[in-house]
Each structure stands twice: as C-alpha cells, then as structure tokens.
Design a protein around this ligand. Structure first.
Ligand code: GLU
Length: 419
C-alpha cells in the first residue's frame, strides 16, 4: 500500500486537510505501507516558500511524518509533458486551438469505485472532451495529479470529498494510458456543530489556530482521528499505535463529520491533566519564554483546558498582577476588609508555613467570625491574585509564601482605606 498527502500550499493547514493527512498517515503505519508527501505547487503565485513551510510546520507539530518527499508537483512538469505527448501520439487526445483535449466517448460512463461511497457513475454525455494542456503547453491540474499518482506508485488515493468531481477525469486519463486507476476514498467534509462548512466562526479552522489557542498536538490528533470513524465511543484516549491498528477506510462514515471546538477543549483538558507535570512545565516554559514555572504549574494543571489558560490563571504566582476592578467591586465590600484583617493576622502567625496549617488557620477565621467561607476566602483570593479566578486558595497562599501573601494583603487593605 502506498498513500499520499497532496496539499496545495495556500497557507495554513485546514483542519480538514489535517484530517486527510492523519488518515493517510494512519494507513501508512501498517507494514509494507508508505506515505508520500507531494506539494501541489503548480499555482506559482500562491505556492510561496512561506506557504509551503506553514504546511510542513503544521504537519510536524502534529507529528505526522512521511516516508518520501516533500516532492514538488511543479518540478515534475517534464513527466506531465511526456504523458501529454503519449496521449496525443496514441490518438486519445487531440489539439484544439493549441490546447490539448482528451477524447471522452459520447456513450457509456466512467465508474469511480470509492471505498467510502461505493460505485459512483459519471455518464459520459455529461462530460465534454476536456483540456489537459493549455495552449502555452502547461499541463492542467487533473493531468498532473493522475500522472503523479501513477508515477509515484500510489495505490490508494485518500482525499477530501471536494475532489470527487475531478476523479472521473483522472480515471479517464489513466485508462487512456492503459493504466489501472488507484483505489479511491473520498472523505466527507468537516462541518461545524451548526452543520455549515467548518470556518473560523466555529472557533478555529486551521491547525495553526489550534496551536495558537494552546491545544496539545496529541489531543488534536486523537480528536481528529475519532471524527466520523466510529471508534469505540466509550474510549477517548488512544495511542498512535492503537489508532493505526483500529483505523480502516471502511470505518469512515459517509456523512459529514462534525468538528466541535467545545468538545475538543474538553478533550484537551483531559489530556492536559494526564500530562506529567515536568512535561507540562516544559511546554509552558517554552510557550511563555520563562523558567521556574513548576510550582505554578502544579497548582494550575487541574484547572486548565488549554496551554493558554495557564498564564491568566497562574501569573499571580509568578509576579504581582494589576487588580481587576470588577473583581474588587464584587468582593471587597460588606466587611470584607475586617475579614481580610483577621485572615492577615492568622496567616502572620501560622507555624509551620504549609498547606495544611494555612488551610486550618483560614478555616478558623471563618469559624471565629461566624461568616460563610467565601466571605473570607474570596477577599484573600482577590488580594493575592487580583482576580476572582485562581487555583485553590489554600494551595495558592501556601505556594506564594508568607511574606508575599502578607504584603499583597497589606496592599489590598491600603486600597480599601482609600476607597
Ligand atoms: N492539492 C489538493 C488540495 O490541497 C489535493 C489533491 C488530491 O489529493 O488529489 O486540496
């Protein structure tokens, strides 16, 4: 088995394109199977080195590797021209105003056999003789694809459904050369939960966007692999080997697959919580360009769904933050200053400093004042973090240390006296 992924380098890698790449990659994990990466760069204007690099970068981020390539379709023009000459020579094609057209019989049909959709019939009376080379000699897209698949020994063409209408033309070109077409499998398109074609409106449409939003490549991979493949619905975590073992083209559903960014977020959160703390810390240190994040990571890991959740949640553990005025107005009222005073006094004498003693001290304050726990904990939280959202309050106070906690509480009390 030989499969290929053949992106046109138009910029970012669409999530649908990533799915196509992943399915081909999964097929290529079997013994005696290989994957060729072919860059369909015949549109010279769009095919800039930067655009090619973006695609390769997205594939590398997803850890999808290939056995052969990247090969450039544009560089294969001599092979395309050879095929055009052979088709002219045999009479299967003819010149028309300088262009070259392939002869399509008036009668009969071309049947495309597709693993996912079965036989699809294309009656010839609806297909005119079609151009395979322009009058300047440049080969057309369908000719280039058919010849490349043939020359590269591709046995299975797995690609997006948007290419189904091209397929009978590619089949006719191959048959006119006396060759057998490969096996085809056209993947249904990706839709958002509203049933419309996947776009930015659905949260993200490209792999680059997912990366910027702090998703983990392994979670994205796993989520995409499950889209429309009917894998064991009870299970969400698979290793790459398990995915490759379970994947088959026959499992791919005919109907559009739904990409749900909320589900992916949830899914990513579960992956994130499973990560070894060292691993997560290394990723976050790379992302933020800071070191020494391990203590903050230890507290934030439980509450994060994406890597980008980390900084808003845990920055206060690393450095002092500006007060969020909304958080202040919401919490710092109705005797909050007295509660904060008491908490400060209790924390000042906690011995030894540590999670359990801190928790006990703060709970004692609640009891002594006979108030609701949040009437003490929230003012402390806002004082130390500047926000109403943070990791656990006892853990946060303990991690911040006595001196820093007291200083921040003092700053809050000062602010109180000024308002
Ligand atoms: N280059 C095409 C694309 O990016 C794919 C062509 C193919 O897979 O045959 O949509």
């Amino acid at each position: 088995m030989k499969v290929r992924f053949a992106p046109s380098p138009t910029g970012a890698l669409h999530i649908g394109g990533a799915r196509t790449a992943l399915y081909n990659w999964l097929l290529a994990q079997g013994e005696d199977a290989s994957l060729v990466l072919r860059i369909e760069d015949t549109d010279r204007e769009r095919s800039t080195p930067e655009n090619v690099e973006q695609i390769l970068d997205a594939l590398r981020w997803l850890e999808l590797d290939w056995d052969e390539g990247p090969l450039s379709q544009a560089e294969r023009r001599p092979e395309h021209e050879k095929a055009i000459a052979a088709l002219l020579e045999s009479g299967a094609a003819y010149e028309d105003d300088g262009a070259v057209r392939l002869r399509v019989p008036d009668e009969g049909e071309t049947v495309v056999t597709d693993v996912i959709r079965g036989d699809i019939r294309f009656p010839h009376d609806s297909i005119d003789d079609f151009v395979i080379a322009r009058s300047d000699g440049s080969p057309l897209y369908n000719l280039a694809v058919a010849i490349d698949d043939l020359d590269m020994g591709v046995t299975h063409v797995v690609r997006g459904e948007d290419h189904l209408s091209n397929t009978p033309r590619q089949v006719m070109i191959l048959k006119a050369l006396g060759e057998d077409p490969p096996v085809y499998a056209h993947l249904p398109l990706l839709h958002g939960p509203d049933g419309k074609k996947l776009s930015k409106r659905h949260g993200a449409a490209s792999v680059q966007e997912l990366r910027e939003q702090g998703y983990l490549p392994e979670a994205v991979r796993n989520y995409i692999a499950l889209l429309g493949t009917g894998f064991d619905p009870e299970r969400e975590f698979f290793t790459s080997d398990e995915l490759a073992e379970r994947f088959s083209l026959e499992r791919v559903s005919k109907s559009a697959a739904i990409f749900d960014a909320d589900k992916l977020r949830h899914f990513n959160g579960r992956y994130l919580r499973e990560l070894a703390p060292d691993d997560l810390t290394a990723r976050l240190e790379e992302l933020t360009g800071r070191d020494g994040l391990a203590p903050a990571v230890a507290l934030a890991q439980e509450k994060m769904q994406t890597l980008t959740d980390f900084w808003p949640l845990a920055a206060f553990l690393v450095e002092r933050q500006d007060m969020d005025p909304k958080a202040w107005d919401k919490v710092m009222k109705d005797g909050a200053d007295q509660n904060l005073q008491k908490a400060r006094a209790a924390l000042a004498v906690v011995e030894p400093w540590g999670l359990e003693p801190v928790e006990r001290a703060l709970r004692d304050v609640v009891e002594e004042l006979d108030v609701k726990p949040k009437q003490v904990f929230q003012p402390v939280r806002v004082a130390i973090s500047g926000s109403t959202i943070s990791p656990g309050i006892f853990e946060s106070v303990a991690a911040l240390g006595r001196e820093e906690t007291l200083e921040r509480i003092d700053l809050a009390l000062e602010r109180f006296s000024q308002t």
